[in-house]
Unconditional design. Structure first.
Length: 337
């Protein structure tokens, strides 16, 4: 493992915020005391992270300074942490089926509706920008539509376990992202073949993943290649999704058509040109991520130095590594074809 990949995965080793009992207490207050009362708890939580969690505090300050073009003060950092805590609290209600509590405004839904009407499974690529849980609103717009989320259950295990109790059926539908790559790929393939939506976050790289480097807020940043290789292997349409928290009870859910090999507008390249195509996908994704991140900088929930392992060169080795999960996934897909 290279040093840069070790640094890229450093975010996974930050301890979970809060104990099991404190997290369960907040969830209990939210469920039985109401959202207004639970939101009062966000102030001591924000103060705790502001005073105690130094790495997250400094990462927030650095991000806000870079994204807004001016030095961020303590108040801005506190607002950033409070925004993050607000979206975590709202998961209690979104996962509990109480989407009626929120004003969720959906933008750009037409391409997704077209694909769903055709019985087509779709990959929804998101990020740690805003709340992916705003996707729950789709079940109200289209009853029977199933959204499968790829989630690494080893990250924040206590919080994941608590949220699983809110909707056990939803928890059973989660695709565990900590599995071997072949198992993940096969689960995703089966879900797409059933006409389901598969949602995954594609901005953070795992330690074992190959990455491509693209400009992001004026500096080179590394993004994982595995999601794009998976989309190519499955010939699956890709839509970008951003669920931005706008304060109060409002979320703006944005969908953007990104890739659809079947419609002829974005065909897959020959294998000899696949590396360049992957780089273009990552670069285009970085542009769209930056666009939304600049519109809603307090929604950025990567509380680590996103650029720390970025080299000066513009690209990384785009050839599949022998141990890359997408390589194993493609082999499994071929065996199952």
């Amino acid at each position: 493992m290279t040093e840069s990949r070790t640094q890229a995965a450093a975010w996974k080793h930050r301890p979970e915020g809060g104990t099991r009992h404190s997290l369960a207490l907040i969830v209990g207050i939210a469920r039985h005391g109401g959202r207004a009362l639970a939101r009062l708890c966000l102030y001591p939580i924000t103060l705790y992270f502001l005073l105690v969690r130094g790495p997250e505090r400094e990462a927030s300050r650095a991000w806000l300074s870079r994204s807004r073009g001016r030095q961020a003060g303590t108040w801005a950092v506190a607002r950033h942490i409070h925004t993050f805590a607000s979206t975590i609290l709202d998961r209690v209600y979104l996962l509990g089926g109480q989407t009626w509590r929120f004003d969720i405004r959906v933008h750009g839904l037409e391409p997704l509706v077209e694909l769903v009407d055709q019985g087509q499974g779709v990959l929804l690529f998101g990020s740690h920008l805003g709340s992916f849980d705003a996707l729950r609103i789709l079940s109200r717009r289209r009853p029977g539509l199933k959204v499968r989320i790829v989630l690494d259950r080893t990250q924040n295990p206590v919080l994941t376990e608590i949220f699983d109790t809110l909707d056990p059926s939803l928890a059973r539908g989660v695709i565990d992202g900590s599995q071997p790559g072949a198992a993940i790929a096969l689960e995703i393939q089966h879900a797409l073949q059933s006409g389901e939506l598969v949602a995954l976050l594609v901005d953070r790289a795992q330690a074992h993943e190959d990455t491509a480097t693209a400009p992001f807020l004026g500096h080179p940043a590394r993004f994982p290649l595995t999601p794009w290789r998976l989309a190519a292997a499955l010939h699956a349409p890709v839509l970008l999704c951003f669920g931005l928290y706008a304060g109060g009870n409002r979320y703006d859910l944005h969908f953007e058509r990104f890739l659809d090999p079947a419609d002829g507008s974005s065909p897959l390249p020959p294998r000899g040109e696949r590396g360049r195509w992957l780089q273009q996908c990552v670069a285009h994704y970085a542009v769209r991520l930056e666009h939304h991140a600049r519109l809603a900088p307090f929604n950025w929930f990567n509380f680590f130095d996103f650029w720390s392992d970025s080299p000066d060169e513009s690209t990384h080795d785009l050839a599949p590594a022998p141990g890359d999960p997408a390589v194993r996934g493609r082999a499994a897909l071929r065996r199952g074809a």
